[in-house]
Ligand binder design. Structure first.
Ligand code: FEO
Length: 392
């Protein structure tokens, strides 16, 4: 695809990856993704913001053409989906400076072996003039690496935010056309990449909002002409209380744990609690991550296998621990045949979660009357605790 114009002097370049289905060898991408780069032609200088995965570098070079005088390549984030093509760009434009912050420089030298002489480092708030266009560098650390920063084009009030506010969507549209679709994709992206850094994201948003922003141009997915849409969504995901909702990631081998999950779901629903259950054997973990954004309680369901939790349940638990959702309660349900340390092992896997652990329910073999009574009590406890904390 050729470069797509946003204004007379600003264009969207990069690569739309319709076939991508897994990101970071972890995150499912049902809608593909894009790696956005932006070209700004000032009256005196020309700058390219970010690049693409190394394997798509030739696309980006073709978009830039053969007669461009490129003065600066800005790297807002050193991760390879945006920096991978920088070495070929530097080779094609030997006079261009690679502009980043000191932490970004260190990372790019480590990850891509870029020669130190090619760099120009900038500080927070520093200005880069392109003649009739002015760029301001704004440090926005931990969205989602330590070096991440944004770039503000003052005259056009465009914020180039890199991963921040991004969404994994392959589209030929420059701008958001279907907010519902982008909302889900952006929430998936937030859940898997940004959620662990909630506290610092709040500060970064406050910092960015001291500027007037007409447009947000991220490095994945379409550009936001209505910045409030995505900023308000982020504020809600980060700062609103958890919802009156239980997420149950589970796995069952011979049906006992599934019987317990089914009972707990029914009991919670009867008590007015929303429930989302995910069979980890078949689930899209991105969907699970989306529901972890605002769940009040997590209940992990697992049989005991080889004296511990089923490895897939352990994976789901470790993922929840890594994503640091704002849930306030957690519990474990499941069954065993002859013993083991399932509860202790799962409990040791969630040091990041600031949760109260509600009494687990572990049945020997098929769940019986006393196990169903314990599940009923667990549902009552969850419903009451959600009510006490005012979860809606
Ligand atoms: Fe899109 Fe953190 O890379």
């Amino acid at each position: 695809m050729d470069a797509r114009k946003m204004t007379d002097q600003v264009s969207l370049l990069g690569f739309v990856d319709w076939d991508a289905r897994l990101f970071d060898s972890l995150i499912p991408l049902p809608d593909g993704t894009s790696y956005n780069a932006y070209l700004i032609k000032g009256s005196e200088k020309t700058v390219l913001i970010d690049s693409v995965e190394q394997e798509f570098g030739s696309e980006l070079l073709a978009q830039l053409g053969d007669n461009l005088k490129l003065d600066y390549i800005v790297s807002l984030h050193a991760e390879q989906d945006h920096s991978g093509a920088i070495p070929v760009l530097l080779a094609k434009y030997p006079k261009a400076k690679l502009v980043t912050n000191p932490k970004g420089k260190e990372l790019l030298m480590d990850l891509l072996e870029i020669d130190e002489t090619r760099f120009m480092t900038v500080q927070d708030g520093e200005i880069l003039s392109l003649g009739d266009k002015t760029l301001e560098f704004i440090y926005t650390p931990w969205v989602h690496w330590p070096e991440t920063m944004s770039l503000y084009l003052k005259e056009d009030k465009i914020l180039f935010s890199c991963d921040f506010f991004g969404s994994h969507i392959a589209t030929t549209d420059v701008y958001v056309t279907d907010e519902g679709r982008v909302y889900e994709a952006a929430k998936r992206y937030y859940a898997e990449i940004m959620m662990p850094f909630r506290a610092i994201i709040v500060k970064n948003i406050e910092k960015l909002l001291t500027r007037e922003i007409a447009m947000i141009a991220p490095s994945h997915g379409p550009v936001f002409q209505n910045p409030d849409f995505i900023i308000d969504a982020y504020k809600d995901w980060i700062s609103s209380p958890p919802q009156n909702k239980v997420v149950i990631p589970f796995i069952s081998m011979h049906g006992s744990t599934k019987l317990m999950v089914d009972y707990l779901v029914k009991s919670l629903v009867n008590k007015g609690v929303s429930v989302v259950q995910y069979n980890l054997a078949i689930t899209d973990i991105g969907k699970l991550a989306i529901d972890l954004v605002d769940a009040g309680t997590i209940v992990v369901g697992t049989p005991t296998v080889l004296a511990g939790p089923h490895p897939i349940a352990a994976y789901g638990t470790l993922l929840a621990n890594a994503l640091k959702p704002k849930a306030k309660f957690i519990s474990i349900i499941g069954s065993y045949s002859w013993g083991g340390k399932t509860v202790e092992m799962l409990a040791s896997m969630i040091p990041n979660l600031k949760v109260e652990v509600l009494t687990p329910v572990i049945a020997k073999g098929l769940p019986r009357e006393k196990d169903y009574a314990a599940l009923e009590q667990l549902a009552t406890d969850i419903a009451n605790k959600h009510k006490e904390l005012g979860f809606k």
